[in-house]
Design a protein around this ligand. Structure first.
Ligand code: CAA
Length: 262
């Protein structure tokens, strides 16, 4: 798919200032192939550049957020193929370059690359039927889209090793207890709850929202002293914005803030 063609494996919608991408390969449980990930990256970049959008949501179907990278497509690849062409996950990191927040609304299976895609989002809201796992070990491979790196940062070494080495699935309750997901909600409330969070984020100053995202992400890239200094620089910089004046004036005068940069 080129940037201007209609996507085939995702649907792209909006709800207020929220951009929503729904993975749409139901027969394959949203298995993630090159085309789908290119379409997803293109849609997210377009939302990121769109002033009418303040936050994004990625979701799947009730049965599957995504059951992983497309095993059928990978089955016959050789080392030479995947190494030379940087195949399978070469276009996955686009999502990390998006500066507005991205929430994963996960119901059903989030396995392998599906779990990794959810972890690339800024936070995960899970339906009570969600199941997370990194079952790549069962296929004679290991996670290839950040699973061995992001999972231990989210749930700690013990549980990450357990999941990656056994390939077992973890239900939504365990995922919340472990810190992988921020909230668990009944399946029928998943989109309502996720859109509620996304629309709330859209009400804030986009400058401070982007700075907050950048600063939290920095915690995973730097030592504590560097991270705190990074945060302090951004914190100070926000005092140069009109939205800081508006936010604090609104509080002092007991009115709702009307941020200019949304
Ligand atoms: N790739 C391609 N097709 C997939 C798929 C995948 N990852 N996951 C499911 N499908 C397909 C199945 O082949 C099946 O297709 P057919 O109807 O044509 O046979 C269809 O989706 C429905 O799947 P099941 O019949 O298996 O459904 P189920 O309810 O019995 O089981 C499941 C669901 C437990 C998720 C099971 O499908 C499964 O184990 N899927 C594979 C999960 C997996 O191993 N993911 C890791 C992939 S590797 C990876 O992601 C690498 C990386 O790190 C980037």
């Amino acid at each position: 798919m080129s940037a201007n063609t209609t996507p085939e494996l995702i649907t792209v919608t909006t709800e207020g200032r929220v951009g929503i991408v729904t993975l749409n390969r139901p027969k394959q449980l949203n298995a993630l192939n090159d085309q789908l990930m290119t379409e997803l990256g293109t849609a997210l970049k377009a939302f990121d550049a769109d002033d009418a959008i303040g936050c994004m949501v990625i979701t799947g179907s009730e049965k599957a957020f995504a059951a992983g990278a497309d095993i059928g497509a990978m089955a016959t690849y050789s080392f030479t193929d995947v190494y030379k062409g940087d195949y399978i996950t070469r276009n996955w990191e686009t999502i990390r370059s998006v500066r507005k927040p991205v929430i994963a609304a996960v119901s059903g299976f989030a396995l392998g690359g599906g779990c990794e895609l959810a972890m690339m989002c800024d936070f995960i809201i899970a339906a009570d039927n969600a199941k997370f796992g990194q079952p790549e070990i069962k296929l004679g491979i290991i996670p290839g889209a950040g699973g061995t790196q992001r999972l231990p940062r989210a749930v700690g070494k013990a549980k990450a090793m357990d999941l990656v080495l056994t390939g077992r699935m973890m239900d939504a309750t365990e995922a919340e207890r472990a810190g992988l997901v921020s909230r668990v909600v009944p399946l029928e409330k998943l989109m309502e709850e996720t859109l509620g969070a996304a629309l709330m984020i859209c009400e804030y100053s986009l400058i401070s929202v982007m700075a907050a995202k950048e600063s939290v992400n920095r915690a995973f890239e730097s030592g504590l002293a560097d991270g705190v200094m990074f945060e302090r620089r951004l914190f100070h910089a926000l005092f140069a914005t009109e939205d800081q004046k508006e936010g604090m004036d609104a509080f002092v005068n007991k009115r709702k803030a009307a941020f200019k940069h949304r």
